[in-house]
Design a protein around this ligand. Structure first.
Ligand code: BG6
Length: 275
């Protein structure tokens, strides 16, 4: 597996030689400190998704009858459309593209063009996504950025912005609840899809006790996930002692599908900022 160095601080996997890469951001360093969790047992064999970083979930969030869980984007070979380039502003930009191909057509028989643009700024990482439908049929898909934040102890993290939101609790057979807390904390196996969340979440006590700001546009849902110790045992590429060191806060459009008529584009973005 080759690693394309976007800049010193961001590493994204795109591998021209094998079938994998998944355009997964596997490292983002700010002040020389890693912000993303990647399991010590993550497997970089070019065949499966990376356990950590920021995998791209498309065109299916969750289980899928015609393909792997969370879709194929995270296990596909992407094209590096625009190698890392420093812009006049000092930001660094890179662009990746995934087009339908024989592999994607075997699971989802539609044409599409998925463009993923990353911009690195001091203390910020921007993600711009666009999905174009060049075909004659309407597309229906879900999309999510599966961000694994590295944290010293998940039990000390608080996530803002969910108060009043309904959520699907996947640990309770998908029952629907309403969040009444000002901040969400994680003290057990947690797997929730918060719906119609606000444009911003703050996550406290990430690396060095700092805060992380997540801003999102057109990504109407936020998934909060931590497998905790029991579920961790069921994940082969994850150490059961590792669960305190991650919190997944995942911006997506997942509780209802994106409906994309022919000739139209779905655009969405996420900004992560170390505060
Ligand atoms: C989360 C889902 O987004 O991803 C969980 O809500 C799932 O249900 C988790 O277990 C990890 O998924 P995977 O396919 O990477 O093991």
């Amino acid at each position: 597996m080759s690693r394309v160095l976007v800049v010193v601080k961001v590493v994204v996997l795109v591998d021209p030689r094998t079938f994998c890469g998944g355009a997964t951001v596997v490292s983002w360093r700010v002040n020389n400190q890693e912000q993303l969790f990647v399991s010590k047992q993550a497997i970089f064999d070019g065949k499966r998704a990376i356990r950590g970083g920021i995998p791209v979930v498309f065109p299916q969030f969750g289980e899928w009858s015609t393909g792997p869980q969370h879709g194929f984007a995270r296990i596909c070979r992407w094209e590096l459309k625009k190698p890392p380039e420093r812009l006049p502003t000092g930001d660094v930009e890179a662009m990746f593209q995934l087009l339908d191909n024989e592999f994607t057509r075997s699971m989802w028989n539609y044409p599409f063009s998925l463009t993923y643009r990353l911009i690195l700024r001091e203390k910020e990482l921007h993600f711009n996504i666009s999905v174009y439908n060049p075909g004659a049929e309407t597309l229906s898909f879900t999309f999510l950025l599966h961000t694994y934040f590295k944290v010293p102890d998940v039990r000390r993290c608080q996530i803002t912005g969910m108060r009043g939101c309904t959520y699907i609790d996947k640990t309770r057979e998908g029952a629907l609840y309403q969040e009444h807390r000002d901040v969400v904390t994680v003290n057990e196996w947690t797997d929730r899809i918060y719906q119609n969340t606000p444009l911003e979440h703050i996550i406290t006590n990430v690396v060095s006790g700092r805060k992380m700001r997540m801003q999102k546009y057109n990504l109407v849902d936020t998934v909060v996930w931590n497998p905790w110790v029991e579920k961790a045992k069921e994940i082969p590429d994850f150490g059961e002692e590792e669960f305190p060191n991650l919190v997944c806060v995942e911006a997506g459009h997942v509780s209802s599908p994106v409906i994309l008529p022919p000739g139209t584009v779905f655009e969405a973005s996420q900004i992560l900022q170390v505060m």
